[in-house]
Design a protein around this ligand. Structure first.
Ligand code: SF4
Ligand code: SF4
Length: 436
């Protein structure tokens, strides 16, 4: 497909700057069956190809920027980027989606819940108390009870919170007290890494962060503190609030520069995809472009770091597990085999293949809060596929997916629980330690 010859109706906007990506689409439709919204809603306008046409028509001025129907189709996109993996022409769909949302943002307001969440995640003074309150509420077990008795729409956020609690500790009698989180000084020999704390990971999945630090240490990495980190900015970028995303990116770049590590270890796929995007996000900022490039070059999914050294074998963990790769690991980062290498380091772990593992679970940041019907429709087949495995645990390396799957399983009465792959490896190391 050749570039549009019509004059640009939206000059000097993020969408106009990204328009070369639109030109790459040849309208072949190979992406359609990969798209969860198209598969579930069966509307071409809710497919990648259809949305790309809408973006082109916005640029050509054939559709007004504040057209509510176009806004709805763009909002309904999960941003899972499965269409990028399927596309033979290399259309940078994720970049185009964010550019479109950023271009639309000044002419229409986000839903109230989205505005509240983005405001909270952009400010430490709001975020820390909110996550502390969530932890206290979770400890009361009230969310678990409400998740079972409230109507579905109200129950789901409580089910998400309840499902963020540690599960392996209760099942295996293994706990996180056996070693403090190592914040060792880098030696001359060891490879130094700083852990991206993440806001939800730090606030609700501290047990996974602790496990990640222990696992890195077992595998020969020195874990160095990188204080003063903030939210990675992924939620803001996905919503089109690129200025907030850039401000958060600058703060994190400065924090990681101070730690002076070789790698940044990231155990949240959504955050990992975002940090790997910092170079692109700040490419036009002369003061930050090079600094962003250097931080992006150091960012690694935790499974990449472990697979690179061939993860140390743990002790036997005779569990049935299935792996659901997060879209931002599989499609956005193209990290495919490494999480399986992590699980392969666990003797006697039975890893059952998951049908349609490359399909989104419907979490997509705060999508499940603002598009609950479509999110439910996307989650339902995922839960059916998980049930077919008869697995005791689902392993997934992203907090949003862990809570979405966990909430769906909890609400459906399933006894299957969701854990991070690193928790399994950590438990396996604990087993080895116990038996030696
Ligand atoms: S697969 Fe790629 S080129 Fe084909 S329609 Fe989809 S986005 Fe366009
Ligand atoms: S990002 Fe996901 S939901 Fe959006 S068009 Fe691509 S495949 Fe469909």
């Amino acid at each position: 497909m050749t570039a549009s010859l019509k004059p640009c109706a939206l000059p000097d906007t993020p969408l106009a700057h990204a328009s070369a990506g639109l030109d790459a689409c040849v309208h072949c439709g190979f992406c359609l069956q990969a798209c969860p919204t198209y598969v579930n809603l069966e509307d071409e306008n809710d497919s990648p190809r259809g949305r790309l046409v809408l973006m082109r028509r916005l640029l050509d001025g054939a559709i007004a920027l504040d057209d509510p129907d176009v806004g709805a189709h763009i909002d309904r996109c999960l941003g899972c980027r499965a269409c990028e993996t399927a596309c033979p022409s290399g259309v940078p769909y994720g970049e185009l989606l964010e550019a479109t949302r950023a271009t639309m943002l000044p002419v229409r307001s986000l839903p109230l819940v989205a505005r509240i969440v983005l405001a909270v995640f952009a400010r430490e003074s709001f975020l820390r108390p909110a996550l502390f309150a969530a932890r206290v509420l979770r400890a009361t077990q009230i969310p678990r009870a409400l998740a079972r008795i409230l109507p579905a729409r109200l129950a789901f956020p409580f089910a998400m919170l309840a499902s963020s609690a540690p599960h392996l500790r209760n099942t295996q009698g293994l706990n996180a007290r056996r070693r403090a989180i190592p914040l060792a000084r880098a030696s001359e020999l060891a490879t130094s890494v700083a852990l991206l704390d993440g806001c939800v990971m730090d606030g609700l999945f501290g047990h996974v962060n602790a496990a990640t630090a222990r696992v890195l240490l077992v595998n020969g990495y020195d874990v160095i503190a990188a204080p003063h980190q903030k939210c990675c900015g992924a939620l803001h970028a996905h919503a089109g609030d690129l200025e907030s995303a850039r401000a958060l990116a600058r703060a994190n770049i400065a924090a990681f520069e101070l730690s002076n590590v070789q790698y940044i270890a990231i155990n949240s796929a959504g955050c990992g995809a975002m940090v790997k995007q910092y170079a692109h996000l700040l490419r036009d900022d002369p003061a930050w472009a090079l600094r962003a490039e250097q931080i992006t070059a150091r960012a690694r999914d935790i499974s990449e770091l472990l697979a690179a050294v061939g993860p140390t074998q743990g002790g036997a963990l005779p569990l049935r597990v299935t792996h659901d790769p997060p879209c931002h690991q599989l499609h956005a980062q193209r990290v495919v085999k490494q999480p399986l290498a992590v699980l392969a380091a666990i003797p006697e772990l039975t890893v059952i293949p998951l049908d349609e593992a490359d399909q989104c679970c419907g979490s997509a940041g705060i999508y499940n809060l603002i598009e609950p019907d479509t999110s439910d429709a996307v989650l339902a087949p995922k839960l059916r596929c998980i049930a077919q495995t008869h697995a005791t645990y689902v392993a997934s390396g992203n907090p949003g997916c862990m809570m979405q799957l966990g909430a769906g399983l909890l609400r459906s009465g399933s006894t299957t629980r969701v854990v991070h792959p690193i928790e399994l490896l950590d438990a396996s190391y604990a087993m080895k330690q116990r038996n030696t």
